[in-house]
Design a protein around this ligand. Structure first.
Ligand code: LIP
Length: 276
């Protein structure tokens, strides 16, 4: 039977590639940096231009579809996931990296129908790595199938996380206490490339056992979430319940044992929801 979302997925891959090339070109040039929620929450003209390009192109091809886009929400659009086919777009995931020329920057496009993720595309554009996954059909990077690590021992694992963009000292204390707990399990190491989407693709690729973060947004993790599960991994809330795309909290791991091991060490906090 024909796959009804294949056309949309092919379009997402093409758009991610085109957007990634714009992002790559912009890294070479001077850029005007603007601030969003605080002095470390950055945005550039490239973020806005790429999101406009993606939304305009999707609207033309799929006029009935809905959008949640990082920069559109920053500009005042609502952020509500309905049953409608919805494109969840982060035009530049890793904007701070982008601004500094730190080479991990992704275009992230997730697609949900009836609130269920159908496909995800993450283009790590400096590395030229195209990650994608279609529900029930596996996850791939540049055409090669992805498989999570088979490690079951947390103390033999690498865990990815990020510091995020909050500088609230209570939040920072919880981030550090969670990291301290995990580091002292002990684990082999803690990493983080500065892009939630790429961190999740590293879990899917099997070189990192788990990634967790509190404070991310749905556009940072929508595409990565389906890439992880299609590579055989699991998603969970940081307190162990089911993953909720709008909750701004995620644990993505190679298996349930590692995910639950991480959950036990996290000093959780509850950011205000994306759909509040
Ligand atoms: C960023 C994430 C990063 C996270 C930041 C931010 P942006 O996304 O990918 O991992 O720590 O808080 O959400 O803002 O560059 O799209």
């Amino acid at each position: 039977m024909a796959d009804i979302w294949q056309d949309a997925m092919d379009h997402a891959v093409a758009l991610a590639r085109k957007s990634g090339s714009l992002v790559r070109d912009a890294v070479q040039n001077d850029m005007k940096v603007m601030l969003k929620s605080c002095s470390v929450d950055l945005v550039t003209k490239t973020d806005q231009k790429v999101e406009e390009l993606i939304i305009a192109s999707v609207k033309e091809k799929f006029p009935t579809h809905s959008f949640i886009g990082e920069e559109s929400v920053a500009a005042g659009e609502t952020c509500v996931l309905t049953d409608s086919p919805t494109w969840i777009v982060d035009p530049v995931d890793g904007t701070t990296n982008f601004v500094h020329g730190y080479p991990f920057v992704a275009v992230s496009i997730g697609f949900a129908v009836k609130k269920k993720l159908e496909f995800g595309v993450v283009y790590s554009c400096i590395e030229d790595k195209m990650y994608s996954a279609r529900r029930g059909k596996g996850a791939f990077c540049n055409g090669q199938p992805l498989q999570v690590s088979d490690q079951k021992e947390i103390n033999q694992s690498i865990i990815a996380t990020e510091f995020g963009s909050s500088r609230d000292t209570d939040v920072i204390d919880k981030i550090f206490s969670s990291m301290r707990n995990i580091l002292c399990l002990p684990v082999h190491g803690i990493r983080g490339v500065g892009s939630a989407a790429i961190n999740m693709c590293l879990v899917a690729s099997g070189c990192v056992e788990a990634y967790y973060e509190m404070g991310i947004h749905c556009w940072d993790v929508a595409a990565g979430a389906i890439i992880v599960t299609e590579a055989g991994g699991v998603l969970m809330d940081v307190e162990g319940g089911p993953f909720d795309l709008m909750s701004r909290r995620v644990v993505a791991a190679n298996n349930k044992t590692i995910a639950e091991g991480i959950v036990k060490q996290i000093d959780a906090f509850t950011p205000s929801r994306d759909d509040r």
